[in-house]
Design a protein around this ligand. Sequence first.
Ligand code: GDP
Length: 478
Amino acid sequence: DTLQVGELARKLRKETSEIIKKLMSLGIMATINQELDKDTIELVAAEYGVEVEEEILVDETVFETYEVEDEEKDLQVRPPVVTIMGHVDHGKTTLLDSIRNTKVTAGEAGGITQHIGAYQIEYNGKKISFLDTPGHAAFTTMRARGAQVTDITILVVAADDGVMPQTVEAINHAKAAEVPIIVAVNKMDKEAANPDRVMQELTEHGLVSEAWGGDTIFVNVSALKGEGIDDLLEMIQLVSEVEELKANPNRSAAGSVIEAQLDKGRGPVATLLVQNGTLNVGDSIVVGHTFGRVRAMVNDLGRRVKTAGPSTPVEITGLNDVPQAGDQFMVFTDEKKARQVGEARFNKHQEAMRKESSKLNLDDLFSQIQEGDIKEINVIIKGDVQGSVEALAGSLNKIDVSGVKVKIIHTGVGAITESDIILASASNAIMIGFNVRPDNNAKRTAEVEKVDVRLHRIIYNVIEEIESAMKGMLDPVF
Ligand code: GDP
């Protein structure tokens, strides 16, 4: 809070001698190294028509610095936030619509559905929030930006089709995020429905039904006919209780951006999911690199609301720019502070866009291991045939270089896709292509996300490359 005379002179862009004279005229005898207190600084600054703003330290951790730790006694149960994933055409959208249409929040019936990226329903007097962009791409894109919003994943598997490639991807994405999975076996109304086959196939991916002695909950539903929906919601509430989801509604809000865009009439519009605290109209807020005051809030039924508690999605206006899905937001009690933090983050954001981000990279893996940052090397493998993918995964799993091991977080057959790259980015993983290449979208995304993609044709070469990288013996690539 203090400044030396010389420092003050620099900040005011004046000669030190002039400041000393000014101080003398104010009755203060000072030398160049003398510490001045806050009042004196303000006094001198005012002489030059400068208003003193307290400088606040802004760095990556600024949100955490301002985040208040909640005490156990202030925590209350909050609704779960659910994401629906699964293979294309297995009924994700139909299920989301079916749940929404039948279980609108009590007292809200008659509202007009607004697609703001998430909605909330009420079942047995308790609320449940759903993200209504189904699929793991959105889920993992958010995670790549640091947002961990999903509490429970519903894995939709069509009973007449069984486990398909995107079913497996969804499982791996949910596992990578350590989010519990409930399986909804859908299309039970169909003649060809075979739920036992779904159970059997999922067993191979580590999801063993309770009926078979495992601990994964399976619910049979027909999203189209609205059958089994109540069972599914009950299971969501059960898992939610086990997870002991809590938040403190009596503090200023913090959370994540679900989606955002520029609206012609209203300016930047963002759907925020409140994850802790309560958001109010009029709050000073920093959202990613943007900031402002919450001008208006609208819920998923298009109704204006004044407050939004934990796990509630609301669409807000009043920001100076459009944030990104997955950005974090935080309310500041002091508007000036919100502005300062917002501006600082904006500058940092610009800077970061220019600078390279530091993703896991085989070329400097050794130094990262040396610094003790890494205990496991996350790896994703895509290959041309299942057999070689499994062989490669098996060999990589055996690698152990002074206690550092390889962890395979996803494998698959086929070209490297954008979704693979996003998972790699979110999980800070190395992407290995075995006799396959990235498609064009994947290539572009890998460049943007700085994911290290390694292409090989011989298993031995992959193993050697990873081992060498771990030992710091990789030949530099130019
Ligand atoms: P998504 O791609 O996973 O979002 O799948 P959709 O929800 O778009 O559903 C794909 C197709 O399956 C649509 O034609 C739906 O009407 C149909 N469908 C979804 N759920 C059911 C169901 O429970 N029973 C039957 N028979 N068809 C369903």
